[in-house]
Design a protein around this ligand. Structure first.
Ligand code: NAD
Length: 371
Protein backbone atom coordinates (compact mmCIF):
# COMPACT_ATOMS: atom_id res chain seq x y z
CA UNK A 1 0.00 0.00 0.00
CA UNK A 2 1.33 3.44 -0.94
CA UNK A 3 2.04 5.40 2.21
CA UNK A 4 -0.68 7.92 2.93
CA UNK A 5 0.47 11.53 2.81
CA UNK A 6 -1.28 14.08 4.98
CA UNK A 7 -2.34 17.67 4.36
CA UNK A 8 -4.02 17.10 1.05
CA UNK A 9 -6.59 19.80 0.84
CA UNK A 10 -9.97 18.54 -0.36
CA UNK A 11 -12.94 20.88 -0.70
CA UNK A 12 -16.28 19.09 -0.34
CA UNK A 13 -19.27 20.70 -2.07
CA UNK A 14 -22.38 18.54 -1.44
CA UNK A 15 -24.77 20.94 -3.25
CA UNK A 16 -28.51 20.31 -3.52
CA UNK A 17 -31.10 17.52 -3.63
CA UNK A 18 -29.52 14.11 -3.07
CA UNK A 19 -26.02 15.73 -3.09
CA UNK A 20 -25.72 15.98 0.72
CA UNK A 21 -27.17 12.47 1.18
CA UNK A 22 -24.70 10.71 -1.11
CA UNK A 23 -21.80 12.88 0.06
CA UNK A 24 -22.54 11.73 3.62
CA UNK A 25 -21.59 8.19 2.57
CA UNK A 26 -18.45 9.42 0.78
CA UNK A 27 -17.40 11.13 4.01
CA UNK A 28 -17.79 7.84 5.90
CA UNK A 29 -15.51 6.14 3.36
CA UNK A 30 -13.01 9.03 3.65
CA UNK A 31 -13.08 8.75 7.47
CA UNK A 32 -12.47 5.01 7.21
CA UNK A 33 -9.44 5.61 4.95
CA UNK A 34 -8.16 8.23 7.39
CA UNK A 35 -8.65 5.99 10.47
CA UNK A 36 -6.84 3.09 8.84
CA UNK A 37 -4.00 5.27 7.53
CA UNK A 38 -4.90 4.43 3.92
CA UNK A 39 -5.34 8.04 2.80
CA UNK A 40 -5.43 11.25 4.85
CA UNK A 41 -7.15 14.47 3.89
CA UNK A 42 -7.60 17.95 5.17
CA UNK A 43 -11.34 18.20 4.43
CA UNK A 44 -13.36 21.41 4.35
CA UNK A 45 -16.97 21.92 3.27
CA UNK A 46 -18.57 24.67 1.23
CA UNK A 47 -21.85 25.62 -0.42
CA UNK A 48 -22.65 25.45 -4.12
CA UNK A 49 -25.75 25.65 -6.30
CA UNK A 50 -29.13 26.39 -4.78
CA UNK A 51 -27.74 25.97 -1.25
CA UNK A 52 -25.18 28.71 -1.96
CA UNK A 53 -27.83 30.92 -3.53
CA UNK A 54 -30.03 30.60 -0.44
CA UNK A 55 -27.12 31.53 1.81
CA UNK A 56 -25.40 34.25 -0.20
CA UNK A 57 -27.51 35.15 -3.25
CA UNK A 58 -25.11 33.55 -5.77
CA UNK A 59 -24.65 29.90 -6.84
CA UNK A 60 -20.92 30.06 -6.09
CA UNK A 61 -19.44 32.64 -3.71
CA UNK A 62 -16.02 34.12 -4.62
CA UNK A 63 -14.58 32.80 -1.35
CA UNK A 64 -15.69 29.23 -2.22
CA UNK A 65 -14.18 29.56 -5.68
CA UNK A 66 -10.89 30.73 -4.09
CA UNK A 67 -10.94 27.67 -1.81
CA UNK A 68 -11.55 25.40 -4.80
CA UNK A 69 -8.62 26.98 -6.68
CA UNK A 70 -6.33 26.40 -3.70
CA UNK A 71 -7.51 22.83 -3.02
CA UNK A 72 -5.75 19.70 -4.29
CA UNK A 73 -9.15 18.32 -5.27
CA UNK A 74 -12.84 19.18 -5.13
CA UNK A 75 -15.48 16.56 -4.32
CA UNK A 76 -18.78 17.69 -5.81
CA UNK A 77 -22.28 16.28 -5.17
CA UNK A 78 -25.01 17.68 -7.41
CA UNK A 79 -26.85 20.95 -7.94
CA UNK A 80 -30.29 22.12 -9.00
CA UNK A 81 -33.92 21.58 -8.19
CA UNK A 82 -37.42 22.97 -8.74
CA UNK A 83 -37.00 25.53 -5.94
CA UNK A 84 -34.52 27.53 -8.03
CA UNK A 85 -35.92 26.97 -11.51
CA UNK A 86 -37.44 30.47 -11.78
CA UNK A 87 -34.16 32.27 -11.08
CA UNK A 88 -32.47 34.34 -13.79
CA UNK A 89 -30.03 32.32 -15.93
CA UNK A 90 -26.88 33.67 -14.22
CA UNK A 91 -28.16 32.73 -10.75
CA UNK A 92 -29.28 29.19 -11.59
CA UNK A 93 -27.61 26.50 -9.43
CA UNK A 94 -25.94 24.89 -12.48
CA UNK A 95 -24.03 28.15 -13.11
CA UNK A 96 -22.08 27.42 -9.93
CA UNK A 97 -20.71 24.21 -11.43
CA UNK A 98 -20.03 25.81 -14.82
CA UNK A 99 -18.13 28.65 -13.14
CA UNK A 100 -16.00 26.17 -11.20
CA UNK A 101 -15.15 24.25 -14.38
CA UNK A 102 -14.29 27.44 -16.26
CA UNK A 103 -12.23 29.17 -13.56
CA UNK A 104 -10.36 25.98 -12.65
CA UNK A 105 -9.77 25.42 -16.40
CA UNK A 106 -10.86 21.78 -16.19
CA UNK A 107 -10.39 20.84 -19.83
CA UNK A 108 -10.25 17.02 -19.59
CA UNK A 109 -13.43 15.23 -18.57
CA UNK A 110 -12.88 11.57 -17.71
CA UNK A 111 -15.92 9.33 -17.91
CA UNK A 112 -15.24 5.66 -17.21
CA UNK A 113 -17.80 3.09 -18.31
CA UNK A 114 -17.28 0.02 -16.15
CA UNK A 115 -19.71 -2.87 -15.98
CA UNK A 116 -19.69 -4.62 -12.63
CA UNK A 117 -20.23 -8.35 -13.07
CA UNK A 118 -23.20 -8.33 -10.69
CA UNK A 119 -24.96 -5.65 -12.78
CA UNK A 120 -24.22 -6.98 -16.27
CA UNK A 121 -27.89 -7.88 -16.74
CA UNK A 122 -28.95 -4.25 -16.09
CA UNK A 123 -27.23 -3.09 -19.31
CA UNK A 124 -29.26 -2.19 -22.38
CA UNK A 125 -27.02 -4.68 -24.25
CA UNK A 126 -26.69 -8.45 -23.94
CA UNK A 127 -24.58 -9.66 -21.01
CA UNK A 128 -21.78 -11.19 -23.13
CA UNK A 129 -21.24 -7.90 -24.98
CA UNK A 130 -20.72 -5.88 -21.78
CA UNK A 131 -19.57 -8.28 -19.01
CA UNK A 132 -16.10 -7.11 -17.97
CA UNK A 133 -16.36 -3.83 -19.89
CA UNK A 134 -13.89 -1.18 -18.71
CA UNK A 135 -13.43 1.78 -21.03
CA UNK A 136 -12.63 5.42 -20.46
CA UNK A 137 -13.82 8.38 -22.51
CA UNK A 138 -11.76 11.57 -22.29
CA UNK A 139 -13.89 14.47 -23.45
CA UNK A 140 -12.44 17.92 -24.13
CA UNK A 141 -14.53 20.15 -21.87
CA UNK A 142 -13.67 23.82 -22.34
CA UNK A 143 -13.45 24.35 -26.11
CA UNK A 144 -15.06 23.39 -29.40
CA UNK A 145 -18.48 24.15 -30.76
CA UNK A 146 -20.11 24.87 -27.37
CA UNK A 147 -17.88 27.93 -26.95
CA UNK A 148 -16.58 28.82 -30.45
CA UNK A 149 -17.22 32.20 -32.09
CA UNK A 150 -19.09 33.26 -34.11
CA UNK A 151 -22.27 31.98 -32.56
CA UNK A 152 -25.87 33.11 -32.32
CA UNK A 153 -29.09 33.42 -34.28
CA UNK A 154 -29.08 36.12 -36.94
CA UNK A 155 -31.66 37.53 -39.29
CA UNK A 156 -30.71 37.53 -42.95
CA UNK A 157 -31.54 40.37 -45.41
CA UNK A 158 -34.47 38.33 -46.73
CA UNK A 159 -35.96 38.19 -43.21
CA UNK A 160 -35.25 34.49 -42.62
CA UNK A 161 -33.08 33.48 -39.67
CA UNK A 162 -29.89 31.46 -39.38
CA UNK A 163 -28.40 29.71 -36.33
CA UNK A 164 -24.59 29.59 -36.10
CA UNK A 165 -22.12 27.68 -33.94
CA UNK A 166 -18.46 27.19 -34.67
CA UNK A 167 -16.24 24.18 -34.01
CA UNK A 168 -12.84 25.71 -33.26
CA UNK A 169 -9.74 24.19 -31.64
CA UNK A 170 -6.20 25.48 -31.34
CA UNK A 171 -3.30 23.04 -31.52
CA UNK A 172 -2.54 23.74 -27.85
CA UNK A 173 -6.09 22.88 -26.79
CA UNK A 174 -5.95 19.62 -28.72
CA UNK A 175 -2.48 18.72 -27.50
CA UNK A 176 -3.21 19.04 -23.78
CA UNK A 177 -6.27 16.81 -23.89
CA UNK A 178 -4.62 14.27 -26.21
CA UNK A 179 -1.70 14.10 -23.76
CA UNK A 180 -4.19 13.47 -20.94
CA UNK A 181 -5.54 10.59 -23.05
CA UNK A 182 -2.06 9.11 -23.64
CA UNK A 183 -1.18 9.46 -19.93
CA UNK A 184 -4.32 7.57 -18.98
CA UNK A 185 -3.81 4.87 -21.59
CA UNK A 186 -0.33 4.34 -20.17
CA UNK A 187 -1.87 3.50 -16.79
CA UNK A 188 -4.38 1.11 -18.42
CA UNK A 189 -4.13 -1.16 -21.48
CA UNK A 190 -1.98 1.27 -23.50
CA UNK A 191 -4.46 1.78 -26.31
CA UNK A 192 -5.77 5.20 -27.30
CA UNK A 193 -8.42 5.83 -29.95
CA UNK A 194 -8.78 9.41 -31.19
CA UNK A 195 -12.34 10.06 -32.43
CA UNK A 196 -13.31 12.86 -34.84
CA UNK A 197 -14.93 13.60 -38.20
CA UNK A 198 -11.72 14.26 -40.12
CA UNK A 199 -13.47 13.05 -43.29
CA UNK A 200 -15.69 16.14 -43.32
CA UNK A 201 -14.23 18.62 -40.77
CA UNK A 202 -10.88 20.44 -40.93
CA UNK A 203 -10.75 20.67 -37.13
CA UNK A 204 -10.77 16.86 -37.12
CA UNK A 205 -7.83 16.81 -39.55
CA UNK A 206 -5.91 18.97 -37.06
CA UNK A 207 -6.88 16.67 -34.16
CA UNK A 208 -5.36 13.74 -36.09
CA UNK A 209 -2.17 15.62 -36.94
CA UNK A 210 -1.63 16.67 -33.34
CA UNK A 211 -2.40 13.17 -32.02
CA UNK A 212 0.17 11.68 -34.43
CA UNK A 213 2.80 14.22 -33.36
CA UNK A 214 2.20 13.70 -29.63
CA UNK A 215 2.30 9.93 -30.18
CA UNK A 216 6.07 10.23 -30.68
CA UNK A 217 6.32 10.87 -26.92
CA UNK A 218 4.28 7.75 -26.15
CA UNK A 219 5.70 4.98 -28.36
CA UNK A 220 4.53 2.38 -25.83
CA UNK A 221 0.86 3.33 -26.44
CA UNK A 222 -1.00 2.10 -29.53
CA UNK A 223 -2.80 4.96 -31.30
CA UNK A 224 -5.80 4.44 -33.58
CA UNK A 225 -8.37 6.73 -35.21
CA UNK A 226 -12.09 6.39 -35.70
CA UNK A 227 -14.85 8.57 -37.12
CA UNK A 228 -17.42 9.62 -34.51
CA UNK A 229 -20.39 8.04 -36.28
CA UNK A 230 -18.58 4.72 -36.52
CA UNK A 231 -17.57 5.04 -32.85
CA UNK A 232 -21.23 5.40 -31.84
CA UNK A 233 -21.96 2.22 -33.75
CA UNK A 234 -18.94 0.34 -32.35
CA UNK A 235 -19.86 1.32 -28.78
CA UNK A 236 -23.07 -0.67 -29.04
CA UNK A 237 -21.73 -3.36 -31.39
CA UNK A 238 -18.50 -4.33 -29.64
CA UNK A 239 -17.71 -1.94 -26.76
CA UNK A 240 -14.92 -4.07 -25.30
CA UNK A 241 -12.65 -3.20 -28.25
CA UNK A 242 -11.91 0.18 -26.59
CA UNK A 243 -9.49 1.11 -23.83
CA UNK A 244 -9.26 4.95 -23.86
CA UNK A 245 -11.16 7.21 -26.27
CA UNK A 246 -10.16 10.88 -26.60
CA UNK A 247 -12.40 13.29 -28.43
CA UNK A 248 -13.81 16.81 -28.73
CA UNK A 249 -16.42 18.40 -26.48
CA UNK A 250 -19.51 17.67 -28.56
CA UNK A 251 -18.58 14.15 -29.66
CA UNK A 252 -17.53 13.32 -26.10
CA UNK A 253 -20.82 14.63 -24.77
CA UNK A 254 -22.80 12.29 -26.99
CA UNK A 255 -20.52 9.25 -26.92
CA UNK A 256 -20.08 9.29 -23.13
CA UNK A 257 -23.86 9.22 -22.61
CA UNK A 258 -24.07 6.35 -25.05
CA UNK A 259 -21.30 4.50 -23.16
CA UNK A 260 -23.08 5.28 -19.87
CA UNK A 261 -26.09 3.23 -20.88
CA UNK A 262 -23.86 0.22 -21.46
CA UNK A 263 -23.39 0.13 -17.69
CA UNK A 264 -27.09 0.19 -16.88
CA UNK A 265 -27.55 2.88 -14.24
CA UNK A 266 -27.01 6.58 -13.74
CA UNK A 267 -26.47 5.98 -10.03
CA UNK A 268 -23.26 4.04 -10.78
CA UNK A 269 -21.36 6.53 -12.95
CA UNK A 270 -18.43 8.56 -11.58
CA UNK A 271 -16.46 11.27 -13.38
CA UNK A 272 -13.38 13.43 -13.04
CA UNK A 273 -12.52 16.78 -14.62
CA UNK A 274 -8.84 17.67 -14.71
CA UNK A 275 -6.83 20.81 -15.42
CA UNK A 276 -3.25 21.08 -16.69
CA UNK A 277 -0.41 19.90 -14.44
CA UNK A 278 1.77 22.71 -13.01
CA UNK A 279 5.57 22.55 -12.66
CA UNK A 280 5.22 20.30 -9.60
CA UNK A 281 2.83 17.94 -11.38
CA UNK A 282 -0.17 19.12 -9.34
CA UNK A 283 -3.34 19.64 -11.34
CA UNK A 284 -6.66 21.15 -10.38
CA UNK A 285 -9.38 18.53 -10.30
CA UNK A 286 -13.06 18.08 -9.58
CA UNK A 287 -14.75 14.72 -8.98
CA UNK A 288 -18.50 14.24 -9.26
CA UNK A 289 -21.15 11.67 -10.07
CA UNK A 290 -22.60 11.96 -13.57
CA UNK A 291 -26.17 12.16 -12.26
CA UNK A 292 -27.95 15.30 -11.08
CA UNK A 293 -29.73 16.22 -7.86
CA UNK A 294 -32.66 13.81 -8.43
CA UNK A 295 -35.40 16.02 -6.92
CA UNK A 296 -37.91 13.16 -7.26
CA UNK A 297 -36.14 11.14 -4.54
CA UNK A 298 -34.28 13.91 -2.63
CA UNK A 299 -34.81 13.91 1.13
CA UNK A 300 -35.97 10.27 1.21
CA UNK A 301 -32.55 8.80 1.92
CA UNK A 302 -32.85 6.23 -0.87
CA UNK A 303 -30.35 7.57 -3.47
CA UNK A 304 -27.56 5.32 -4.69
CA UNK A 305 -24.26 6.65 -3.26
CA UNK A 306 -22.01 4.43 -5.41
CA UNK A 307 -21.36 6.95 -8.23
CA UNK A 308 -20.06 9.38 -5.60
CA UNK A 309 -18.03 6.74 -3.79
CA UNK A 310 -16.50 5.70 -7.14
CA UNK A 311 -15.75 9.39 -7.86
CA UNK A 312 -13.88 9.46 -4.54
CA UNK A 313 -11.88 6.43 -5.74
CA UNK A 314 -11.04 8.35 -8.94
CA UNK A 315 -9.73 11.18 -6.75
CA UNK A 316 -7.42 8.77 -4.97
CA UNK A 317 -6.12 7.52 -8.31
CA UNK A 318 -5.81 10.70 -10.35
CA UNK A 319 -5.15 13.45 -7.78
CA UNK A 320 -3.19 11.50 -5.19
CA UNK A 321 -1.60 8.74 -7.26
CA UNK A 322 -2.94 6.06 -4.90
CA UNK A 323 -4.08 3.44 -7.37
CA UNK A 324 -3.93 0.73 -4.71
CA UNK A 325 -6.26 2.64 -2.36
CA UNK A 326 -8.57 3.42 -5.31
CA UNK A 327 -8.69 -0.29 -6.17
CA UNK A 328 -9.49 -1.08 -2.55
CA UNK A 329 -12.56 1.20 -2.67
CA UNK A 330 -13.63 -0.06 -6.11
CA UNK A 331 -13.14 -3.66 -4.95
CA UNK A 332 -15.36 -3.01 -1.91
CA UNK A 333 -18.10 -1.67 -4.21
CA UNK A 334 -17.73 -4.68 -6.51
CA UNK A 335 -17.99 -7.16 -3.63
CA UNK A 336 -20.92 -5.33 -2.01
CA UNK A 337 -22.78 -5.64 -5.33
CA UNK A 338 -21.76 -9.27 -5.73
CA UNK A 339 -23.15 -9.96 -2.24
CA UNK A 340 -26.52 -8.57 -3.42
CA UNK A 341 -26.44 -4.99 -2.07
CA UNK A 342 -28.80 -2.91 -4.22
CA UNK A 343 -30.43 0.49 -3.90
CA UNK A 344 -33.83 0.81 -5.60
CA UNK A 345 -32.39 2.15 -8.90
CA UNK A 346 -30.31 -0.99 -9.52
CA UNK A 347 -32.47 -3.64 -7.81
CA UNK A 348 -34.11 -6.35 -9.86
CA UNK A 349 -37.51 -7.61 -8.82
CA UNK A 350 -37.47 -9.69 -5.66
CA UNK A 351 -34.24 -8.13 -4.34
CA UNK A 352 -34.06 -6.26 -1.03
CA UNK A 353 -33.77 -2.50 -1.63
CA UNK A 354 -31.23 -0.80 0.57
CA UNK A 355 -31.45 2.85 1.56
CA UNK A 356 -28.47 5.18 1.05
CA UNK A 357 -27.03 4.61 4.51
CA UNK A 358 -27.31 0.82 4.23
CA UNK A 359 -25.48 0.84 0.89
CA UNK A 360 -22.74 2.88 2.63
CA UNK A 361 -22.68 0.25 5.40
CA UNK A 362 -22.31 -2.53 2.80
CA UNK A 363 -19.30 -0.80 1.19
CA UNK A 364 -17.70 -0.07 4.56
CA UNK A 365 -18.13 -3.71 5.61
CA UNK A 366 -16.28 -4.87 2.50
CA UNK A 367 -13.63 -2.20 3.00
CA UNK A 368 -13.05 -3.38 6.57
CA UNK A 369 -12.53 -6.93 5.28
CA UNK A 370 -9.93 -5.78 2.77
CA UNK A 371 -8.01 -3.23 4.86
P1 NAD B 1 -31.01 13.45 -12.49
O1 NAD B 1 -29.72 12.79 -12.81
O2 NAD B 1 -31.03 14.27 -11.26
O3 NAD B 1 -32.16 12.33 -12.34
C1 NAD B 1 -32.59 11.50 -13.42
C2 NAD B 1 -33.29 10.25 -12.84
O4 NAD B 1 -32.28 9.38 -12.28
C3 NAD B 1 -34.25 10.57 -11.71
O5 NAD B 1 -35.35 9.69 -11.78
C4 NAD B 1 -33.46 10.29 -10.46
O6 NAD B 1 -34.23 9.91 -9.35
C5 NAD B 1 -32.53 9.17 -10.91
N1 NAD B 1 -31.25 9.22 -10.19
C6 NAD B 1 -30.24 10.11 -10.40
N2 NAD B 1 -29.23 9.88 -9.54
C7 NAD B 1 -29.62 8.84 -8.78
C8 NAD B 1 -29.00 8.15 -7.71
N3 NAD B 1 -27.78 8.47 -7.24
N4 NAD B 1 -29.68 7.13 -7.12
C9 NAD B 1 -30.89 6.76 -7.56
N5 NAD B 1 -31.52 7.37 -8.60
C10 NAD B 1 -30.89 8.40 -9.19
O7 NAD B 1 -31.42 14.31 -13.76
P2 NAD B 1 -32.64 15.32 -13.99
O8 NAD B 1 -33.86 14.78 -13.31
O9 NAD B 1 -32.64 15.57 -15.42
O10 NAD B 1 -32.20 16.67 -13.26
C11 NAD B 1 -32.57 17.03 -11.93
C12 NAD B 1 -31.83 18.28 -11.51
O11 NAD B 1 -30.44 18.01 -11.47
C13 NAD B 1 -32.02 19.46 -12.46
O12 NAD B 1 -32.10 20.63 -11.70
C14 NAD B 1 -30.75 19.44 -13.29
O13 NAD B 1 -30.43 20.70 -13.80
C15 NAD B 1 -29.74 18.97 -12.27
N6 NAD B 1 -28.53 18.33 -12.82
C16 NAD B 1 -27.39 18.58 -12.15
C17 NAD B 1 -26.23 17.96 -12.56
C18 NAD B 1 -24.98 18.22 -11.76
O14 NAD B 1 -25.07 18.69 -10.64
N7 NAD B 1 -23.82 17.88 -12.28
C19 NAD B 1 -26.24 17.07 -13.63
C20 NAD B 1 -27.45 16.80 -14.27
C21 NAD B 1 -28.60 17.44 -13.86
Amino acid sequence: MTEARSNRKVLVLPGDGIGPEIMGEVMRVAEFCDRRGIARFDLSQGLVGGAAYDASGVPLADATLAEAMAADAVLFGSVGGPKWEGLPFELQPERGLLRLRKEMDLFANLRPAVVFEALADASALKRDLVAGLDLMIVRELTGGIYFGQPRGIETLPDGTRRGVNTEVYTEAEIERVVRAGFDLARKRQRRLCEVDKANVMESGVLWREVARRVHADYPDVELSFMYADNCAMQLVRQPKQFDVIVTSNIFGDILSDCAAMLTGSLGMLPSASLGAPDATGRRRALYEPVHGSAPDIAGKGVANPLASILSFAMMLRYSFDQADAAEMVEGAVRRALAAGARTADIAQSGMTRLVTREMGDAVLRELARAA
